[in-house]
Write a protein that binds this ligand. Structure first.
Ligand SMILES: [Zn+2]
Ligand SMILES: [Zn+2]
Length: 447
């Protein structure tokens, strides 16, 4: 029986052989960015690449998601390797789509290259049959929780239950046969070194708020109108006044964008829309801040004598990185970069942002390490992946080697990880909890 290190050497050599192909995949996705639940071209492209590798797969899961399998020589646990399909919208980014403003300003294009790199490594001659278990290759839609009005519309049409890729995959049962999961995200933070492990993220809920007023001639008869933009202004000022009530340790973030401010400058705005985000360290902190945001939105409508429709959408849960999987990943990363360039953050180090990998981490062991491959602030026009070896090839190797450690030798390590892991909730509890967070309220401030 070959040693794990012999299997890893074969996997790494295979990934190196196809490195140019993998980088071409990532750069092609970079050049064709699509936001979440619009990734039809990207999904078709990834499907073609899986076909090219001879990997049977399903597509159209949660609209644009894909899932394929590599089966080992013996049965055993299933390890998912995840790549995210979606871009952001950051107009002005050097790789932005000129029409839609879509841009890979979070580096997700690298993740699909990594996922296919893991597939190539595991399919290297003499590796796959030594594994006891399966690798699920999963390309998931919509990690960035954006375009809320569009997604809520898809929800109301019955096309989506939850409004992010991993949430919806969980709800649909696409993770029911998966035992543990891993993915690697790019980072530009100097505090993350070449690889960063551990840490956590904020949870959140998202708001879709519609201020409803009454149109009137803005010059001749504003007294006959109800100005929904003024209602929103009062609401946002009230929201800002809440900040002194938020406890520092809860890392609450209240932020949002106006997606509609009115229709004509000479007509009192009657339909004004706000997309808001409430983030926090715990479910309790989020619930408290969410209640305050709702109160402020109502206050705006009340002040102007209008109405406001407030939809609260179930957002993400904080990430819990599994310690056993983290150790395995770190050992393998040390074969790729100097140990001093691998940072292990404390489990409670909250990065402030949010990811639906946090949702998955509530129901199974996961890791969500970062790879230091980019420059510029995340989600900005300056966020560029500069180092594609560290952005795609090294994470693919680290994950392929970790899969080998988990599933070789009768999958003893994977079983150890599963034995040492207690999920926070079951899938059914997760779905019920998230469903309970979807609330719609129409408040009438005119009476
Ligand atoms: Zn992002
Ligand atoms: Zn991201």
């Amino acid at each position: 029986m070959p040693t794990n290190q012999e299997l890893k050497a074969k996997a790494m050599a295979a990934i190196d052989d196809r490195a140019d192909w993998l980088l071409d995949v990532s750069k092609t996705i970079l050049a064709n960015p699509e936001p979440g639940f619009y990734e039809y071209k990207t999904a078709g492209y990834v499907s073609g690449k899986l076909d090219e590798l001879g990997i049977a797969h399903q597509d159209g899961i949660a609209l644009t998601g894909l899932k394929g399998y590599l089966r080992g020589g013996q049965p055993g646990p299933t390890v998912a390797v995840i790549g995210e399909l979606d871009s952001l919208r950051v107009p002005g980014h050097p790789h932005a789509d000129a029409v839609t403003g879509a841009a890979h300003a979070c580096g997700h294009h690298c993740q699909i290259g990594m996922m296919l790199g893991v597939a190539i490594g595991i399919m290297a001659a003499g590796v796959q049959q030594e594994l006891a278990g399966s690798v699920a290759l999963m390309a998931l839609p919509a990690e960035e929780f954006i375009d809320v009005e569009y997604r809520y519309g898809l929800h109301n049409e019955g096309k989506l239950g939850f409004m992010s890729g991993k949430q919806e995959f969980i709800r649909l049962g696409a993770f029911d046969d998966v035992d543990m999961a891993m993915m690697v995200h790019t980072t530009s933070s100097s505090e993350d070194g070449k690889f960063a492990l551990g840490g956590t993220s904020n949870g959140h809920v998202t708001k879709y708020v519609n201020f409803l007023g009454k149109a009137a001639h803005a010059g001749a008869s504003p007294h006959m109108g109800v100005n929904a933009l003024q209602a929103a202004t009062v609401a946002l000022n009230a929201l800002n006044a809440q900040r002194e009530t938020l406890r520092n340790e809860n890392i609450v973030r209240l932020h949002g964008i106006m997606t509609r401010g009115g229709a004509s400058v000479n007509s009192t705005p009657a339909d004004v829309r706000y997309e808001g985000r409430v983030r926090g360290r715990t479910a309790e902190a989020i619930a408290d801040a969410s209640m305050k945001m709702d109160r402020c939105m109502r206050a705006g409508a009340l002040a102007m004598g209008g109405k406001v429709n407030i939809v609260t959408l179930p957002g993400y849960m904080p990430v819990i990185n599994d310690l056993g999987m983290t150790d395995i990943f770190r050992d393998n990363a040390e074969q790729l970069v100097p140990a001093g360039d691998i940072i292990t953050h404390p489990a409670d180090l909250n990065r402030g942002g949010s990811t639906d990998m946090g949702d998955l981490s509530q129901i199974m062991p996961v890791i969500h390490p970062y790879t230091g491959a980019a420059t510029g602030a995340g989600h900005s026009i300056e966020y560029i992946v500069e180092d594609y070896v560290q952005g795609v090839i090294n994470p693919a190797k680290a994950m392929a080697m970790s899969v080998i450690d988990l599933l070789a030798r009768g999958s003893a390590k994977a079983k150890e990880v599963l034995d040492g892991h207690t999920p926070v909730m079951t899938k059914d509890q997760y779905v019920a909890f998230q469903n309970s967070r979807l609330v719609e309220e129409l408040y009438d401030g005119s009476v």
